[in-house]
Design a protein around this ligand. Structure first.
Ligand SMILES: [Zn+2]
Length: 339
């Protein structure tokens, strides 16, 4: 189990634990998360399942057109209904009826569960029992505060990125295939190469995939930064790759999101080598990627080592290489120390 939530059990960390660290057997949790975020401005806290059903099913229908594998189990009557809708063989009202009946069986119970139990903060309450009809859920004040927060705007992108990674891992059987996810920082893109690098398959944006693991803050100065305003940054500077000193400098383990001030402002990192405190923070972030299940977990394991000690000495070796080549250590200006 990850210490991501224990480290700082904030409202957004509870949500991010659900989205980023759940062990998924189907993508329903992502569809429900996206559906909930779509209700951010809803006046009534009570959402009948019939109303939940349409956006929930539409998110799944959309993803089925991208990747047909949306569950690790063999068959699902609910997903078959979504496929029939996509083929134009099922009218929307029947899709809604089937979704209200079958689509929420497990996901409402399982949504808040991460590891062995639910996260401490819940974003909706289950009001299905004892109600006539299919019942409802009730959005909580926690959900309202999360949606209205600075972080609220980035969460839908994070859910989408996580969903893309998980469904592509299932489709391409990435964990078994032993293929690492690669990154193109300039294009803000994660991808995999198969068939001896002939075929390149895009997965998702780097920023959406990494933002949650640093809690929507600049990796260096910890300023709250909307996802759209972040830069994808090479922690150990990209020039090390250019000089041939660190050929793997553009791998996922070395990419973080930074505010523009830290990345390219006056006193920004430029070709500086991040301080030991920041290297420890990168180690922690990479451990969280390992805790997150497919496919970034396997990527970090392949690229930096199978256990935490190996990964720590991997980063120490990279630090030596970086200091030999670039000499100057860097810290963001005017930031209090800590974590
Ligand atoms: Zn910053």
């Amino acid at each position: 189990m990850t210490d991501f939530l224990a480290k700082a059990p904030t409202l957004d960390a509870n949500w991010r634990a659900v989205v980023l660290f759940g062990r998924n057997v189907a993508s329903y949790k992502f569809a429900l998360a996206k559906t909930l975020l779509g209700f951010s401005n809803r006046a009534d806290d009570r959402v009948p399942l019939e109303e939940l059903a349409l956006p929930f099913a539409r998110h799944l229908c959309e993803h089925l057109t991208l990747v047909d594998k949306q569950t690790t189990s063999r068959s699902s009557k609910f997903l078959d209904a979504c496929r029939a809708f996509n083929r134009g063989e099922l009218p929307q009202d029947e899709l809604v009826g089937t979704t209200a009946r079958l689509g929420f069986t497990n996901v409402i119970d399982a949504f808040h569960v991460v590891g062995s139990g639910p996260v401490p903060i819940c974003f909706f309450e289950d009001e299905r029992k004892g109600s006539r009809g299919a019942g409802a859920i009730r959005l909580t004040d926690h959900f309202r505060r999360l949606a209205a927060s600075m972080q609220g705007g980035s969460l839908a992108d994070e859910v989408e990125a996580r969903w893309r990674l998980v469904e592509m891992a299932w489709q391409l059987e990435l964990p078994r295939a032993g293929i690492a996810v690669q990154a193109d920082a300039a294009q803000d893109l994660l991808f995999v190469e198969q068939d001896r690098r002939v075929r390149r398959t895009s997965l998702t944006r780097v920023r959406g995939a990494l933002n949650g693991y640093q809690r929507g803050c600049c990796f260096y100065c910890r300023a709250d930064t909307p996802l759209a305003a972040t830069d994808v940054d090479h922690f150990f500077p990209w020039t090390l790759k250019e000089r041939g000193a660190m050929p793997d400098a553009d791998c996922v383990w070395n990419l973080v999101l930074a505010c523009q001030h830290c990345n390219r402002g006056e006193g920004g990192k430029s070709a500086g080598v991040p301080s030991p405190r920041l290297i420890a923070r990168l180690h922690e972030r990479n451990n969280w990627l390992v805790d997150s299940h497919h496919p970034l977990r396997e990527t970090i394991l392949l690229q930096t080592g199978a256990d935490a000690d190996a990964r720590a000495s991997f980063l120490r070796a990279r630090q030596r290489i970086a200091l030999d080549a670039l000499v100057h250590e860097w810290e963001p200006a005017g930031v209090s120390a800590g974590g």
